[in-house]
Design a protein around this ligand. Structure first.
Ligand SMILES: NC(=O)c1ccc[n+]([C@@H]2O[C@H](COP(=O)([O-])OP(=O)(O)OC[C@H]3O[C@@H](n4cnc5c(N)ncnc54)[C@H](OP(=O)(O)O)[C@@H]3O)[C@@H](O)[C@H]2O)c1
Length: 253
């Protein structure tokens, strides 16, 4: 079998970076993308991935990325880029932050998908992976804008799976709960202290590597298997609002 090639977005840090490493270790060729070229260059030096720096909210960048990606067969596109802005209550919502979250989580994945589907088809089929969130399946106080964006993003794989019926193209959604990555909560909340409080006392939040392994596995299962949806949470988090901030221990019986 020839080497499979994946395009991974959000590859400059966190889950996307870990996904590049996991796929390369698994024998894939990877084209990594994000805005920060210096970080992509370091990742390329360490892993041998290709990279192309692009802002996925910029139409020219999207087209240039698609052009570079399509020079060779594309067997998988892994949409990881995204993020949250703030924790405003709905009554205090900043509409521009809701719009930005829609752009970085929904329109980026949508527009890259439309641009790369021809490359997937010319490879004879392949896989599209969308990294949504448990916020795509429920909400929580202060999570309205992010949940709205992730609920919208989830409609892309849900609809595509119906529209692509009959083609050898898998459409996969991976929806993690709390993942401790260096930048997600920092970008959302604006300070290291606030970001640290998100994970305070929680025994083993998910890691970027945990989620990358789920992505790798979903791509490596036999080609007739479509992992429609995988929800992942740390054991210490039983829902979007129930997080145990103490060591886990069995109850005395
Ligand atoms: N961490 C969690 O708890 C968690 C849980 C569930 C789901 N998720 C989702 O998982 C994904 C990755 O999460 P993470 O924790 O790894 O987040 P992260 O560390 O904040 O990484 C976000 C990635 O997206 C890229 N990105 C952001 N805006 C972009 C733009 N306009 N154009 C191109 N790339 C852009 C960033 O790279 P540049 O800044 O270099 O562009 C970065 O590589 C996100 O979609 C997030 O919503 C996270």
């Amino acid at each position: 079998m020839s080497t499979r090639r994946a395009v991974v977005t959000g590859a400059s840090t966190g889950i996307g970076e870990a996904t590049v490493r996991a796929l390369i270790a698994d024998g894939w060729k990877v084209l990594a993308t994000a805005r920060r070229e210096d970080r992509l260059q370091t990742l390329a030096d360490q892993t041998g991935c290709e990279f192309f720096a692009a802002d996925l909210t910029d139409q020219t960048d999207l087209s240039n990325l698609a052009e570079v990606a399509s020079r060779e067969p594309v067997n998988a596109v892994v949409h990881v880029a995204g993020g949250a802005i703030g924790t405003d209550r709905v009554e205090d919502a900043d509409a521009s932050a809701w719009l930005r979250m829609y752009e970085i989580n929904v329109l980026s994945a949508l527009q890259l998908t439309t641009r790369l589907l021809p490359a997937i088809r010319s490879a004879g089929g392949g896989s599209l992976v969308f990294l949504t969130s448990t916020a795509a399946h429920g909400t929580y106080p202060g999570g309205g804008g992010y949940a709205a964006a992730k609920h919208a993003e989830r409609q892309i794989p849900a609809t595509l799976r119906l529209e692509l019926a009959g083609e050898p193209i898998r459409v996969i959604e991976i929806a993690p709960g709390m993942v401790q990555t260096p930048e997600f909560s920092l970008n959302r909340l604006g300070s290291k202290e606030a970001a640290d409080r998100v994970y305070q006392g929680v025994e083993k939040p998910l890691t970027a590597e945990d989620v990358a392994e789920a992505i790798r596995w979903s791509l490596d299962v036999p080609e007739h298997m479509n992992v429609d949806l995988m929800v992942l949470r740390p054991v210490a988090q039983s829902s979007n609002t129930e997080v145990v901030r103490a060591p886990l221990k069995v109850r005395e019986s």
